[in-house]
Design a protein around this ligand. Structure first.
Ligand SMILES: Cc1cc2nc3c(=O)[nH]c(=O)nc-3n(C[C@H](O)[C@H](O)[C@H](O)COP(=O)(O)O)c2cc1C
Length: 192
């Protein structure tokens, strides 16, 4: 009987040790997971009316290991809105009036987290759409590195900076990057 009690005691101790060991491993695993979940310090925010800038933004966010944020207009742009042949279309009217500030539906809630912000857009009438001014004016970008990027039908950045920088005069603006038709490898080289 005494021998049986000893065997049971030893077995119990063994089982308890094994459980404790598993728990320790789990705790270490949890720790390394939370280390991997470190908050990103770079944000890629973009507006895209027809998907081209969106595709570029997605590649860029992977390359620079950034969070991705789509700037969504409160009122989405229809094909008629985007008709640049029509002087009365929504985009023509907005771009004619440099003080227009089309409303945005969503927000970046944790902008303080980011030290570098890439801002992407399609070139409209040789500059950034005025909804980008709306976006920039919603945040305190003072001291942050802000890097515009764009896609276009062939134009370069034009007077983008002339109309964009006054919306965040204390940001550390960099020259706009043209990502039209660029592959992920090409983007890697560009942002080096
Ligand atoms: C209203 C409007 C104005 C545009 N103006 C220009 C322009 O001045 N120069 C240019 O090269 N492309 C211009 N484009 C073409 C877009 O810049 C190009 O198709 C862009 O890649 C679209 O990006 P998205 O699909 O992200 O909206 C214009 C497009 C629209 C709808």
């Amino acid at each position: 009987m005494k021998r049986l009690t000893s065997i049971l005691t030893v077995s119990l101790v063994f089982v308890l040790c094994a459980c404790a060991g598993n728990n320790t491993k789990q705790a270490v695993g949890e720790q390394s997971n939370s280390a991997n979940m470190k908050k990103k310090t770079t944000l890629v925010a973009y507006f895209s009316a027809t998907g081209t800038t969106k595709a570029a933004a997605e590649k860029l966010a992977e390359v620079v290991d950034a969070d991705l944020h789509e700037i969504q207009p409160a009122q989405p742009y229809t094909a008629a809105d985007l008709d640049w042949h029509n002087k009365k279309s929504r985009s023509s009217v907005e771009m004619e009036d440099k003080s227009s500030r089309p409303a945005i539906k969503n927000k970046v809630n944790n902008m303080d987290q980011y030290s570098t912000v890439y801002i992407g857009y399609p070139i409209w009438w040789y500059i950034a759409p005025t909804i980008i001014n709306t976006f920039v004016e919603q945040y305190n970008l003072e001291g942050k590195t802000v890097i515009p990027f764009f896609t276009s039908g062939g134009s370069e950045a034009g007077k983008t900076m002339k109309y964009l920088t006054p919306s965040a005069p204390k940001a550390n603006w960099k020259d706009p990057i043209n990502l039209t038709g660029k592959s992920k490898d090409e983007i890697k080289d560009i942002v080096k």
